[in-house]
Design a protein around this ligand. Sequence first.
Ligand code: GLA
Length: 386
Amino acid sequence: MKKKMLAEFEKIYGDSQGAKVYFAPGRVNLIGEHIDYNGGYVLPCALTLGTYGAARKREDQKIRMASLNIENSLVELDLNQIEPGPQGDWTNYVKGVVAGIRARGFELESGLDLLFFGDLPGGAGLSSSASLEVLTGFILRDIFALDLTNVDLALIGQEAEHNYCGVNCGIMDQFAVAMGQKDQAIYLNTADLSYQYVPAKLEGYKLVLTNSKAKHSLADSAYNERRKECQMALKDLQVVMGIEELCQLDPETFETYGKAIKEEEAYLRARHAVGENARTKEAVKCLSQGRLEDFGKLLNASHKSLSEDYQVTGEIMDALAEAGQKQEGVLGSRITGGGFGGCTVSLVKDQCIPAFQENVAREYEEKTGLKADFYVVEIGGGPVVY
Ligand code: GLA
């Protein structure tokens, strides 16, 4: 890939002298969905798929950037003119990170030539945007020798998403991308960013991603709305108890105090958050003790809650998860990521994977008319320079 990136860099920018090649992964979340903005525990891992970047410093103040995934994408900006473009403009991710780095008091002494290429399916809930954000921060840190940790890069990526891309996301995606480790899941407490690596010991089983290829254009606005509904629920609860985040509650306490939440929808969102947090803690125990069947049941329960209480799945994703859950050798299957489309993640017995792919593809297409794509997950590390 290094060769390919440098060859393409040369085509666009004339030569590739002094250019370096970098990579940042995407991520899959195993469990702990929609609770990274409610102070909950999440369990993502980095993928071996992700975003590649080739970069080099310039002598002037220009930033030029292009993406091999988008035709005619070359853009030239002045380092001092990095206001966000229209919503959906891919350069916002890069600009947002430049702005975040500057906001921390770092001056970038010159501009850059940048080229990106992603091998993650876009819009599939595998964090192609967080991958690009963290990659950009990682490149800038390397080229300008900035004193920033990988956690800083994650936080800067999250700010870019909030301030430049209009998505009020939590920290899970950027954290998983920046802190990934081979064959490890990251058990992250989003209330204080403490974390622990948990070996993904899946003896005899593999994680399989199934891309629904369902469009999810309303995802951003619906995401922000879910966040607001959680805030509403929290406010109502705070009238009757001293909590700062929904995930401070366990399911039993929620049973007692949940009635304080006035709106039905806010109540359902909060019930999901509290239950999902408990499931994630339990899932880590199951994984550590090799209780894969119990782990799989938690995946199914997570999907059900995201469908019924959090309402971020929809008929198409429900059809995909159900098709997965009923196949032979499948311990669990659930939607992963922000929802309204994207991928499911399924825990499938090694020798059953070919039949799983065949049957799920057929049943899913019969129900929805869509053709799914499959990826057997390899858990990879964080950002690297080649
Ligand atoms: C998106 C967001 C994350 C997280 C997930 C849902 O991927 O970027 O912060 O909230 O949705 O778990």
